[in-house]
Design a protein around this ligand. Structure first.
Ligand SMILES: NC(=O)c1ccc[n+]([C@@H]2O[C@H](COP(=O)([O-])OP(=O)(O)OC[C@H]3O[C@@H](n4cnc5c(N)ncnc54)[C@H](OP(=O)(O)O)[C@@H]3O)[C@@H](O)[C@H]2O)c1
Length: 254
């Protein structure tokens, strides 16, 4: 992977505690692996209990982010086992329903809203409420967004709308919680199961599908480690975006 253009001093990262939702695969699992390489302790959850990266001090749990009480109990367990949480990443997300909105299954719409918006709100509440009771320290909230929050992709009306909601929600949380550094972060394109699902569609359900097939052919992805290092730059205060809503720059090709 490419090296990020800022320092990640080990004294600012080692032993810090990070929670990642949706850490059973894809970007979340990749973030966990990279955070562990930097010596962070980890709280990892998803509906399928994630594997802890080898050698990492970690607490894992099978938690659906739409279950606010269970997610909150997981936050408590992480804090009592590993210590106050320094970085909380609301990463869990779903893409479906894809295709023209007039064909959507209402149950799938409801599910996407509950996971992509409700799950982010649940995680944010569990984290920020606890932050107020902990000794002041640099504490960072990252809500994983997408370029789809602002781009017009036909076939992604619900996905794009949920990510736009994540952006605006995070801007308001940032105003409400001055003691927590809050960012909605679009990670760029990362090679995950979500991307594989996109490529199973055709022009009728997702007119931009060829762009994503081309990304796959050329391997023009950002690695999870590249995204992870940007999030760690927020913790180390060496990456300091000026806006709440930010996009991780595309990883340069070597
Ligand atoms: N990949 C990209 O290019 C890209 C680009 C922009 C934004 N993103 C965003 O990045 C995040 C991760 O995406 P990805 O590409 O890694 O997707 P993915 O491969 O589909 O992984 C999604 C993760 O979310 C978890 N998850 C889904 N529903 C959940 C729920 N109700 N409760 C708890 N965990 C749940 C899944 O685990 P379980 O099935 O075990 O629950 C899985 O670990 C998403 O928010 C996505 O919108 C991705």
């Amino acid at each position: 992977m490419a090296e990020v253009p800022f320092d990640l001093p080990s004294e600012a990262l080692e032993g810090r505690v990070a929670v990642i939702t949706g850490a059973s695969r894809g970007l979340g699992a990749g973030l966990a692996a990279r955070f562990a390489e930097h010596g962070l302790q980890l709280g990892l959850c998803a509906r399928h209990e994630p594997d802890a990266p080898p050698g990492a001090r970690a607490l894992t749990g099978a938690v659906d982010v739409t279950d606010a009480a269970k997610l909150d109990r997981f936050a408590s367990a992480v804090a009592s086992t590993l210590g106050p949480i320094d970085l909380w990443v609301n990463n869990a997300g779903v893409l479906d329903p894809m295709g023209p909105q007039r064909r959507h299954d209402p149950a799938a719409v409801d599910r996407a809203l509950r996971v992509n918006v409700g799950g982010v709100a649940n995680g944010t509440r569990s984290f920020t409420d606890r932050c107020r009771g902990w000794a002041p320290a640099r504490r960072v909230l990252v809500n994983v967004s997408s370029g789809a929050a602002t781009s017009i992709y036909e076939g992604w009306s619900i996905y794009g709308a949920t990510k736009a909601a994540v952006d605006h929600f995070t801007e308001i949380v940032a105003a409400e919680e001055p003691g927590v550094l809050c960012h909605a972060v679009a990670p760029g394109v990362v090679d995950t199961e979500m991307q594989a699902t996109i490529r199973t569609h055709d022009e009728r359900t997702f007119p931009a599908v060829e762009r994503f097939r081309e990304l796959h052919r050329t391997g023009a992805w950002s690695s999870p480690a590249w995204v992870a290092d940007h999030l760690l730059g927020l913790v180390a205060a060496t990456w300091a975006p000026e806006t709440v809503v930010v996009r991780v720059p595309a990883e340069p090709r070597s």
